[in-house]
Ligand binder design. Structure first.
Ligand SMILES: [Zn+2]
Length: 348
């Protein structure tokens, strides 16, 4: 297989069949969780459509190489524009970007056979951008293939979704990720650990394999996740404010932090459920057991949910400070302190 995607055999086979029959759709919707290879698949599709090699996408011919390097004139990615400094308004994909697309897609391809427009993440198109895009989809320019990439298709207009051929990418298994890491020269023990920690997010696993400092940062995030449980209300509010400020400057880093918190407490929940084999943080079992002991199961479950919601609210332009305060007050606490703060047995 020249596509080189880990664990996505089904989506790849569907594309290969369509391409072999000369029946590529004019719009694809690639749906799947974060970091499973959606953008990579979009680029591979662009290569397959423009490849001059024997087995498209060969990855070696001129068009394939240009596309991989991001310098092919007919393949472009539309993504979120960086927000202006100090601009608190949410960035996103704006209608002006879609209008610009209409102008470009009206032209014939310069270098290749197909012009490929990747919109990633497509759910970042605001409503007016989606409406403008819908027009382009209704009257597709010849030789243009749109590839929409999203982890949350519910945020796309149903009329857009229904006009795209939908391909679902799955979370690869831990074994798939481990094998892929070994193929790329990561040694056995490390490959096993990273695969478990990644819980299938191959993109994350490859990134960490290439840059060990990311693992160190993750360790810090996990310590923070654990420390939450022994923080007072005042400390939590202070932390909420600090993180909200960081978020304005580096939104990605807070989102990664929250991901680590969620992973940690989800593991605690797994230990509480007596299913230790299923934890991602295999190298931290003693700490997981300690947290499983000191915190209540329903609190932990509520926090895991709250983190997931918090991440979503941050993406939807909610007030970061409010989101973080709500979230941190939901963090599990050691039983005695929690009992002192909240005497009532059930909160909801
Ligand atoms: Zn090629």
């Amino acid at each position: 297989m020249t596509w080189g995607l880990v664990g996505q055999e089904r989506a790849v086979a569907a594309l290969e069949r369509a391409l072999a029959a000369g029946r590529a759709a004019h719009a694809y919707l690639l749906v799947g969780p974060e970091r499973v290879g959606k953008h990579t698949l979009a680029l591979k599709l662009a290569q397959a459509l423009n490849c001059e090699g024997e087995e498209p996408p060969c990855g070696r011919c001129e068009p394939c190489r240009r596309i991989a390097a991001g310098i092919h004139a007919d393949v472009q990615t539309v993504t979120v524009q960086e927000a202006e400094e100090e601009d608190e308004r949410r960035k996103g994909i704006h209608v002006s970007q879609i209008r610009e697309l209409e102008r470009v897609t009206a032209l014939k391809p310069f270098q290749g056979r197909s012009r490929v427009v990747i919109i990633d993440p497509a759910d970042e198109m605001n409503t007016s951008a989606q409406n403008a895009f819908l027009k382009a989809l209704e009257e597709p320019p010849p030789q243009v293939v749109f590839v929409l990439v999203t982890a949350d298709e519910s945020r796309l207009l149903p009329t857009i979704r229904s006009r795209c051929r939908r391909l679902e990418l799955r979370m690869p298994s831990v074994a798939d990720v481990e094998a892929a890491l070994r193929d790329r020269g990561v040694d056995g023990e490390r490959a096993r650990l990273l695969a478990r920690l990644s819980a299938g997010r191959i993109g994350w696993a490859l990134e960490v394999a290439a840059d060990p400092s990311l693992l160190e940062r993750r360790r810090e995030s996990l310590s923070q996740a654990r420390a939450l449980a022994s923080m007072s209300v005042a400390q939590r509010l202070e932390l909420a404010e600090r993180l909200a400020q960081d978020f304005r400057r580096r939104p990605e880093s807070l989102l990664a932090e929250l991901e680590a918190w969620r992973d940690w407490w989800r593991d605690v929940l797994i230990v509480q459920a007596g299913a230790e084999d299923g934890v991602a943080n295999v190298d931290r079992l003693p700490d997981l057991r300690r947290d499983a002991q000191r915190c209540g199961q329903s609190e932990v479950a509520a926090f895991v949910r709250a983190v997931k919601e918090g991440r979503r609210y941050l993406g939807e332009n909610a007030q970061p400070r409010l989101v973080m305060e709500t979230l941190l007050l939901e963090a599990p606490g050691e039983a005695p302190r929690r009992a002192a703060v909240r005497p009532q047995p059930a909160r909801r």
